[in-house]
Ligand binder design. Structure first.
Ligand code: NIG
Ligand code: FE
Length: 419
């Protein structure tokens, strides 16, 4: 079978070419080639350019794919998800529609704890099977790399079970999964009122157990939920400092509900990203810009909660902070499996332009996930993670919403979805 493929005649080849996270003025640079083409060999991109030029590279074995009237773009990278879990929380959604708040449910032992109980009780096989169905749908909407967090275990054994699920799915599913440990996702009921003791467990038991496990700690992010109803700044700092000392790259959930100073902590500790950022101040954005912390915005969460305090994407761009996007796919705040949907909300309510949102969902999300050198743009030497979308130009990716614009998904040079 031929391992050589040329996709040609795209109305726009949206390369998003760049060798660092894009910020400020460059956040909107799409690197478009009109009537563009791309050559793939052995799962990697080997040439990008005008159709006439790239077609001359075809040999007898090359498969040709005509993308006339369509756009070609990099596979989406979903920079923030809690996609691995068992069960659902449809009942809580109904309660929220009748007036209960997310934090009230969490404080009453529901919310994240509800999913923790389901995930603790589920077998590894059940978690893998339920997650696989979600990954299939994410792939169909153009996601080719997904960051995936633990955090529904909150005990060492279940956190390790979740990591195992992430590694098995990464190996078995066309989508690539990037693992993040978030033992500090909620205070489990058995530690109610004793949050500091639970932080001791995270620092003294969970992190060492992960260090001593088969999982490669340098490729494993450590995250913490620094917010009202979760962990305070001092507790988050303790966990992230310990993780950093072990060589783990850092992320933080900051400013989703209350501003506890998580964005400044991310800057101080040199975190790769700070995520959510719905109530972050300008002075904190400046600290993030100076420390090269990527802002991972999650518009599906504000929408999913039925709230109105969307992150100020425009301000992050103005303050020169690279902006990335994620779905925050999770059973509580945002059961969203579609990056085009996240882009549709980000443009309208977080005030990103469509071009900025595409950069946020591809190259910047790849850097936020630690894989910016391998994926996120259509450039020679990168993995051939490529989408063909049935829209005449890139603007339609956010303008139209609610239906899937993706017609073909190519992962590492292989067609893994086509309709
Ligand atoms: O990103 N903020 C914390 N974690 C998730 C919610 C997880 C859940 O409710 O299960 C979030 O919104
Ligand atoms: Fe989250």
């Amino acid at each position: 079978m031929s391992n050589s493929l040329i996709i040609h005649s795209a109305s726009q080849l949206v390369t998003v070419a760049g060798d660092a996270p894009k910020r400020g003025e460059t956040q909107s640079e799409l690197g478009i080639i009109e009537n563009g083409a791309l050559a793939i060999r052995d799962g990697e991109i080997v040439a990008v350019g005008a159709t006439e030029e790239i077609r001359t590279l075809a040999t007898n074995e090359t498969k040709l794919l005509d993308a006339r009237g369509r756009i070609v773009l990099p596979g989406f990278v979903d920079a923030h998800t809690h996609v691995v879990f068992a069960g659902d929380r449809a009942n809580e959604f109904e309660m929220r529609l009748r007036g209960a708040s997310y934090l009230e449910l969490l404080k009453a032992g529901g919310g994240i704890m509800n999913t923790v109980r389901n995930t603790r009780a589920a077998s590894l096989e059940q978690i893998v099977a339920e997650t696989r169905a979600r990954l299939d749908r994410m792939l169909a909407h153009g996601t080719t790399t997904v960051e995936a967090k633990t955090g529904y275990g909150l005990d060492t054994a279940t956190e390790l079970k979740m990591l195992q699920a992430i590694y098995e799915l990464d190996a078995a599913h066309p989508l690539d999964l990037i693992p993040t440990f978030i033992g500090a996702h909620a205070i489990p009921e058995e530690y109610k009122g004793r949050a500091d003791e639970f932080v001791d467990v995270v620092v003294e038991e969970m992190l060492p157990a992960i260090r001593d496990s088969k999982f490669e700690i340098r490729n494993l992010f450590c995250d913490a939920f620094c917010d009202d109803g979760a962990f305070d700044l001092a507790q988050s700092r303790r966990i992230l400092e310990r993780a950093r000392a072990l060589g783990m790259p850092l992320k933080i959930h900051a400013d989703e509900f209350a501003n506890l100073g998580g964005a400044a902590l991310a800057a101080e500790l040199g975190a790769v990203s700070a995520d959510h950022l719905m109530v972050t101040r300008r002075d904190e954005m400046k600290l993030m810009a100076d420390a090269n912390v990527i802002a991972v915005l999650l518009p599906g969460t504000t929408f999913g909660l039925g709230k109105h305090d969307f992150a100020n994407g425009r301000a992050f761009v103005e303050e020169n902070v690279p902006v990335a996007l994620g779905s925050d796919m999770n059973p509580g705040t945002s059961w969203c499996e579609s990056m085009p949907m996240a882009m549709a909300i980000a443009t309208r309510y977080e005030k990103l332009t469509t071009a900025e949102a595409i950069v946020a969902a591809t190259l910047n999300a790849a850097y936020a996930s630690g894989v910016g050198e391998r994926v996120g743009s259509l450039q020679t030497g990168k993995l051939a993670d490529v989408l063909i979308a049935d829209v005449p130009d890139y603007r339609y990716l956010a303008y139209r919403y609610g239906a899937n614009p993706i017609r073909m998904v190519i992962k590492r040079g292989r067609v893994v979805y086509a309709i």
